[in-house]
Write a protein that binds this ligand. Sequence first.
Ligand code: ATP
Ligand code: MG
Length: 230
Amino acid sequence: GHPTSIGKIEFRDVSFAYQTGPQIIRNFSLTVEPGETIALVGATGGGKSTMVNLLCRFYEPTGGQILIDDVDYTDRSLEGFQSQLGIVLQQPHLFSGTIAENIRYGKLSASDAEVEEAARFAGAHEFISVLEDGYQTPVGEGGNQLSLGQKQLVSFARTVLKRPQLLVMDEATSSIDTETEQLIQNSLKRILKERTSFVIAHRLSTIQAADRILVINNGEIVEQGSHQEL
Ligand code: ATP
Ligand code: MG
C-alpha cells in the first residue's frame, strides 16, 4: 500500500523494557484488522500505556516487530506514520489560543466551516455555540478555562478534523458531569466506527463499543474476547 496508509497492524513477538528497567512487555503478539476497535483493560501498571507508546512509536520495541501492512514500522518515515495518528490523551493537551485554533491544529488548512462541521460531529458544537465568543473563545493556558469534559470534546473535534487512519485514546478517568459524559459517549461511538482504534478503556460503554477487549496484565494478554464472551 501507500507508505503513509495504515491498514493491518501486527505486533509480532514484541518485547520492551524502558531504558534501565525490567522487561515490561514480553513476547506480545496481536493482529488488528483495519477498522477494528480494540479496548485495553487491566490492572494498573499492567503495561497498557506502554503498548500504546509503542504503537504510536514514542518508543520502539526492544525485541520483535510492529508491522503495518506487513512492513516493519521503523522502515517508514516517522513523520508520515505519526501524521496518520489521532491521539486523545487522558488530559487532553490544548494550547492557549481560541477554540477554533485548537480544533484547527488537526488540519491547519481547514476552513471555518470545516472546523464547525468537525465540532458538530464530535458533539462539541453544543457547548461552543452558547459561549459569547463562540469559536473565538480563548481557552486559556493549557485550556484551563474549559472543563475537562469540554477539553475532551475539543480534542475529539481536532481528531475528527484530522481524519487519522488510526485513533489511539487513553480514556479520561476523572469525573465528568452526566450531560457532557453523554455527549462524549455519543461522539466517541461515531468516531470509533470510522477507523482502526486502540482505546485504553475505563468505561463500560466504551468496552461495549469495542470489537475486541484485551485484558492486559504483566505485559501480556491474559484474556481476550468480545464483551459478551468475557
Ligand atoms: P495504568 O492503568 O495505571 O495507567 P498501565 O497498564 O498503563 O497502568 P504502564 O504505564 O504501561 O501501565 O506501566 C507498565 C510498567 O512500566 C509499570 O511498572 C511502570 O512503572 C513502568 N513504566 C511506565 N512508564 C515508564 C517510564 N517512562 N520509564 C520507566 N518505567 C516506566
Ligand atoms: Mg496507563
